[in-house]
Design a protein around this ligand. Structure first.
Ligand code: AHG
Ligand code: MN
Ligand code: MN
Length: 335
């Protein structure tokens, strides 16, 4: 007789983990429930995409000077309203708003959420993978610190997650030392996973980066990029989706390194944002046997100086990140 596979939900995963206190666990369940509901809503909207007229530009620029897409705004409103409703989130920081928003809370141990509600916005109009990224933090102070201060004192996330909207919708959750992959079952509306923690495979040979920027990289990085294609055994192959969530996900499952380094000129600090892009991916990678660095330091040890701070990001399985650091002259002895 064929065995029916048994699956677990994100709810089961959080209930299985004992590291959080009871009240914090309730806050986490409410937050993850909001992420799941947002994922269902976004996936349903994206299935219709251009038929709903939602795949174009909103014809405005965000605080970072980037063109805002209608789906950036829809993602912002969708997740914001769901987090407001949890009453378990003290403050929320988003790529799409200059200042964090303070929310009303009822839970004893409310949390902080930093989010990129829509990642990979240049992929929207061409029906290519996009996602949403979340870092969930424990507030370090219970005093009435300003919301901005709360985020600037945040350290490594308590829970991180991303949603990937592609052929199917994935939810990757990292919590209590493990990373788990769930898939949205469109029939039941549930996110289902195997319960087996996800680890980067060893000996991956993929690299993901926008090599058009190579002339603006530091010399050691240019040399690394040449070495991985020629002298390295085996040579690496390039895959680049242009959405951090999509590139990271492929690298997580197949073994690959993602690089968005600093560049000479305007992108001297790279492009990606520390609190809601680099931190969550670094945390997810760490709990899957990986490392994230800015080229010199572990991303998770960097203290944020500003809310929308950018940071160079190199993330992937430990063997590939160590190799990158050695080849570029900054071996990571302590990670
Ligand atoms: P966002 O859509 O949230 O602004 O993020 C886009 C980011 C990231 O997802 C992706 O890896 C990177 O921009 C791609 O940048 P390039 O087009 O410069 O390669
Ligand atoms: Mn992004
Ligand atoms: Mn975004």
């Amino acid at each position: 007789m064929e065995t029916v596979p048994s699956f677990i939900t994100p709810f089961d995963l959080i209930m299985q983990k004992t590291s959080a206190t009871e009240s914090e666990r309730i806050s986490l369940l409410l937050v993850v429930g909001a992420i799941e509901q947002g994922g269902r809503t976004m996936a349903a909207l994206l299935r219709k995409g251009p038929l709903l007229g939602i795949t174009g530009s909103a014809l405005v620029k965000n605080i970072q000077g980037e063109e805002v897409q209608k789906l950036d705004q829809i993602g912002q409103e969708t997740f914001l309203s769901l987090f407001r409703r949890t009453r378990a989130v003290r403050s929320i920081l988003s790529e799409e708003a200059e200042d964090p928003e303070s929310l009303s809370v009822e839970q004893i141990n409310p949390l902080l959420v930093a989010m990129d509600p829509l990642d990979g916005s240049s992929n929207i109009s061409v029906n290519a993978p996009i996602g949403s990224i979340f870092g969930v933090f424990r507030p370090t102070h219970s005093d009435p610190a300003s919301p901005a201060d709360l985020f600037l004192r945040a350290s490594s996330p308590l829970l991180s997650a991303y949603l990937l909207y592609s052929v199917s919708t994935s939810l990757v959750l990292s919590f209590a030392g493990e990373t788990h992959v769930f898939t949205l079952d469109p029939d039941s509306g549930e996110f289902l996973g195997t319960g087996v923690p996800c680890r980067f495979p060893e000996k991956g040979k993929i690299y993901s980066t926008n090599e058009a920027y190579l002339p603006h990289w530091e010399k050691s990085l240019q040399e690394y990029a040449a070495w991985i294609k020629t002298e390295r055994k085996p040579p690496m192959i390039l895959r680049y989706i242009g959405a951090l969530v999509g590139d990271f996900h492929r690298n997580l499952l197949k073994g690959g390194i993602y690089l968005y380094p600093a560049e000479a000129g305007e992108k001297a600090s790279g492009k990606l944002r520390l609190l809601y892009e680099a931190y969550p991916m670094a945390h997810i990678a760490k709990n899957a046997g990986g490392i994230a660095t800015d080229g010199k330091r572990d991303i998770l040890t960097i203290e944020p100086r500003s809310l929308h701070q950018r940071v160079p990001l190199v993330v992937g399985p430990s063997d590939l990140v160590h190799e990158f650091q050695e080849m570029t002259g900054n071996p990571l002895s302590d990670i």
